[in-house]
Design a protein around this ligand. Structure first.
Ligand SMILES: [Zn+2]
Length: 895
């Protein structure tokens, strides 16, 4: 740090400059430069004095430059000195601080080299000054200031300067800076065209040619010599920056992969436009984002080193360095390379689409919001407050920037990662237990990126899961996750995992089927959606009814005022797991079922014996009536009875819910106009007689609370060792309880099986019972329901909890059926032993009233799960997405 000041004088004036140091400290050095920049006088370095004095009679008028500097490198500390300048106008005296003098000897200077200084992290805005001094240090031969990139200095060298010393200084501040000699302008010295001469590249450890020997990288192998670390940003830009982009100051490193993102704010409403709302990613979110990409979730040094090798960082260090322009100035030490206000941030107005306003698409907004000179360097993101994100692979991302998890995860999508590993590799399965990654919904933001290790979990396939010894040799962290994230009963010593949650470890040599990705937290594991298929062109805002009868699938629904149905004769095995469609499944077009009054709700059941099955359909209308009709299929032809009205009245929309009993009889549930729950009895001949209220063992009659939208539902199942009729009735708080009928007393008892009471619920919960065998020794009860008011679909399942005191059956694990965004007006489940392999579902989607069939609603699919190495994907994609957005970069870096 030096002090420079300009003194204006006339020709012939006498200028006296005196600098007084302190006793015991090296004497300061004083230079006086004339208006043309050439030194006219100097003083200092005299033995035995503390003052340096220059007296000069000026030959020309103009601005003379006074330079006060430490005399040598030993004067490295801050020295306080006094400067007195006397002109004909009188004396001026001030104290100033100098220090940090680090001369560098220039060897073998070739004409045309540039001596350049670069602003480094935490540096100030003060301009850099470069000097070249004569051999005795008394003459300033060259000076340059602030003429380089971003406040750095750039001094052109000539051959005669060999052996002299160069010094980088700033005035008034000490500063983090680097000094380099760039030989790029010498003929053929920058053969790779990255803006760095080969000598500078050798000094910086970057590749200049295929023959170059560079520590940590094989220059013969990298895709583009201009980009040694393979992050898509050229070596010259990373080392020196550019006129407008202070990349080194923001933390760029040509030997370590960097990820620069401009994070703008997405206004989404006219109100935000009008209020000129300007929200930013919060500093702590930026820090945690950078920690994830920097691999700081990994603590094991050996693993970190392996990740660095995978990433091919020439400096051998792990992680990708993230640098976010969020329009917020750094708050504390260490922030400078993580985030800042680097001049790119803007708030982007919502745009009108049709009659609604919405946020601009990031894929469009960047073209106008991100400055052209950032193309090929920065990625672009639009953030907003709340919610999730919607990002695919590519250059842009948009997400809730209040959440470090969401920002990291969505950026991971833009960098080519799906929920189960590499994006686009189907099937991309969420919540794989053996893929511990922040890309996986099962895990929270404490999880970093996965690295594909086999000891993080064995190969898995939900159709055939080995339980005994399956995870022998797995890490303790694997078992920790199995218990805390998935709630599995494990035996760490033997490597056992109870995938089907039946409280038993299946013996060696056997396998079980289970939804192994059912994580107990997160936004939903999505594996229930695979092979989903549109049932018909019909639309409905009511729950569909799914049933099998006479070797056919039926889906009944209320579309408009009509009861309609579609049939399918497909097997719905769907051997290939794909997001939509099933190679051996299709539904026919829907047909009208001609209900005489305006239909509201419908349910269906197969009654009767295996030899003489009868399809029974009951519909509710908007006049408090219920209607039934039956079909006994003969020779493949449906033979329908007319609709007939049931006795009694019900609250509109409160039923029907039909259940088949073990003997082929049926029960029908609905709610009376006065709120009491009702049950009818029936058979293959239909529902007959009057309904009976639901009487409890303590002598009460169960009623639905006023304002409830809950429809009762029932199923025959074996729970807690007892086979019987189980039903869901909403209590006074509109949350459901699981009740069971005591055959002897004909009264209902509330069970204690539910871990949590679902509710409030709209429409009827759907239940399916999978008997012991396929999914375990205990059988599995599924309860799917529509939460009110969000209409999000959730599902609960029964499981055996193993504790030190024993095993108990529970119905719980109340999680999203698909994910938090899958909303529906209604759902039905169906499992038919011997016919279907999976629990299947029909849903009426809330957003578009379409009716879809989910043939694998239990998440059991024949598909191998592997762990995945996220770093191997990030290694390539950190480059690919950025190098030429929209094809707008000329001669982009090759990845
Ligand atoms: Zn995602």
């Amino acid at each position: 740090m030096v002090d420079e000041s300009l003194i204006r004088v006339s020709s012939g004036d006498v200028l006296t400059v005196r600098v007084t140091g302190q006793p015991g400290r090296p004497q300061p050095m004083l230079h006086l430069l004339g208006p043309n920049g050439a030194q006219v006088a100097a003083a200092g370095n005299e033995e035995g004095t503390v003052a340096a004095v220059v007296e000069h009679r000026t030959a020309t008028a103009g601005a003379y430059r006074v330079i006060v500097r430490p005399s040598n490198a030993a004067a490295g500390q801050n020295d306080v000195v006094t400067l007195a300048v006397t002109t004909p106008a009188g004396p001026q005296v001030r104290t100033l601080t100098i220090g940090g003098w680090r001369p560098r000897v220039l060897t073998s200077v070739q004409a045309g080299e540039h001596l350049v200084s670069t602003k480094m992290p935490e540096s100030s805005s003060a301009a850099h000054i470069l000097y070249v001094l004569s051999a005795d240090g008394r003459t300033v031969l060259r000076r340059a200031s602030g003429n380089g990139f971003s406040g750095g200095a750039d001094l052109y060298l000539t051959a005669g300067l060999t052996g002299l010393t160069a010094v980088l200084a700033t005035s008034g501040v000490s500063e983090s800076a680097s000094l380099a000699r760039n030989d790029l302008s010498l003929s053929s010295y920058d053969s790779d065209g990255d803006g760095l001469g080969f000598k500078l590249e050798a000094a910086a450890g970057t590749c200049s040619s295929r023959q170059a020997i560079v520590r940590g990288v094989d220059c013969r192998q990298i895709p583009d010599l201009r980009d040694t670390d393979g992050d898509g940003i050229g070596d010259g830009l990373e080392l020196l920056g550019s006129r407008t982009l202070s990349l080194p100051r923001w933390g760029a490193n040509p030997r370590h992969k960097d990820l620069f993102v401009e994070v703008d704010f997405m206004r989404r409403t006219p109100a935000e436009n009008a209020a000129a709302t300007r929200l930013h990613m919060a500093p702590d979110v930026a820090r945690r984002f950078a920690a994830h990409y920097g691999d700081r979730a990994t603590v094991d040094a050996e693993l970190k080193a392996r990740h660095a090798t995978t990433l091919a960082n020439p400096d051998g260090l792990p992680g990708i360095a993230a640098h976010l322009d969020i329009g917020v100035t750094p708050q504390r030490r260490g922030d400078a390379t993580v985030f800042g206000d680097w001049g790119g941030y803007s708030a982007v107005n919502a745009v009108r689409v049709g009659d609604k306003y919405q946020g601009q698409q990031a894929g469009q907004a960047w073209k106008t919001q991100m400055r052209a000179e950032r193309r090929g360097i920065f990625r672009y993101a639009l953030g907003y407050s709340g919610g999730g994100g919607q990002t695919g692979p590519g250059f842009t991302a948009s997400y809730n920037f209040d959440s470090a998890f969401v920002a990291t995860h969505e950026t991971g999508h833009s960098l080519g990662l799906g929920h189960g590993g590499v994006y686009g590799l189907e099937p991309d399965v969420n919540c794989k237990p053996n893929y511990p990654s922040i890309m996986n919904y099962a895990f929270d933001s404490g999880t970093g990126f996965a690295d594909g290790r086999i000891d993080e979990g064995p190969l898995l396939n939900n159709l055939s899961l080995r339980e005994s010894g399956v995870a022998a040799g797995a890490t303790p962290e694997f078992f920790d996750r199995m218990t805390t994230v998935f709630g599995y009963f494990v035996d760490r010593q033997h490597g056992d995992v109870d995938w089907n949650r039946d409280g038993e470890i299946a013996p060696p040599g056997t396998t079980v089927s289970a939804y192994a990705n059912l994580a107990l937290r997160g936004a939903g594991c999505e594996y229930t959606r695979w092979n989903r298929t549109r049932i018909s062109e019909a639309h409905s805002t009511q729950a569909p009814a799914l049933i099998r009868h006479a070797d056919r699938w039926y889906t009944f629904l209320v579309a408009g005022a009509q009861v309609r149905y579609s049939t399918s004769t497909s097997s719905w095995l769907c051997p290939e797991p794909v997001p939509t469609g099933c190679q051996d499944g299709k539904w026919g077009t829907s047909q009208a079922a001609n209900l005489p009054a305006r239909g509201v709700t419908v349910d269906a059941v197969e009654a009767g014996t295996a030899a003489r099955p009868v399809l029974l359909v009951v519909a509710g209308d908007n006049n408090r009536n219920m209607w039934q009709r039956r079909s006994a299929t003969e020779g493949g032809r449906e033979r329908w009875t007319p609709w007939t009205r049931l006795a009694g009245q019900v609250a509109v929309g409160s039923g029907p819910s039909l259940v088949r009993m073990a003997d082929g009889a049926v029960r029908l549930f609905a709610v009376a106009p006065d709120g009491r729950y009702l049950m009818w009895r029936g058979s293959s001949a239909g529902i007959a007689g009057l309904a009976a209220p639901i009487a409890t063992s303590d002598g009460r009659t169960l009623s639905r609370p006023a304002g409830s939208q809950f429809r009762p539902a029932a199923i025959v199942a074996k729970l807690a060792g007892r086979t019987g009729l189980y039903a869901l009735f909403a209590g006074a708080d509109d949350r459901a309880d699981l009740w069971t009928l005591n055959i002897g007393t004909r009264r209902w008892q509330k069970t204690t099986l539910l871990d949590t009471r679902p509710g409030p619920i709209t429409s009827a919960p759907a239940m399916a019972w999978v008997p012991p065998g396929r999914t375990g020794t205990q059988g599995t009860l599924h309860i799917a329901y529509i939460a009110r008011p969000s209409k999000v679909v959730r599902m609960m399942t029964s499981h055996i909890q193993v504790t030190s005191t024993g095993k108990t059956q529970h119905v719980g694990h109340d999680v999203y059926f698909d994910n938090v965004w899958r909303s529906a007006s209604g759902i039905d489940l169906l499992y038919e032993p011997g016919v279907t392999i999976n629990v299947t579902a029909a849903l009426s989607y809330a957003n578009n009233a379409e009716i879809w069939f989910h043939p694998k609603a239990d998440g059991i699919n024949n598909n191998n799960y592997t762990n995945y190495d996220d770093w191997a994907v990030l290694k390539n994609e950190v480059c690919r997405g950025v190098v030429s957005p929209g094809g707008l970069v000329v001669n982009p870096i090759r990845c």
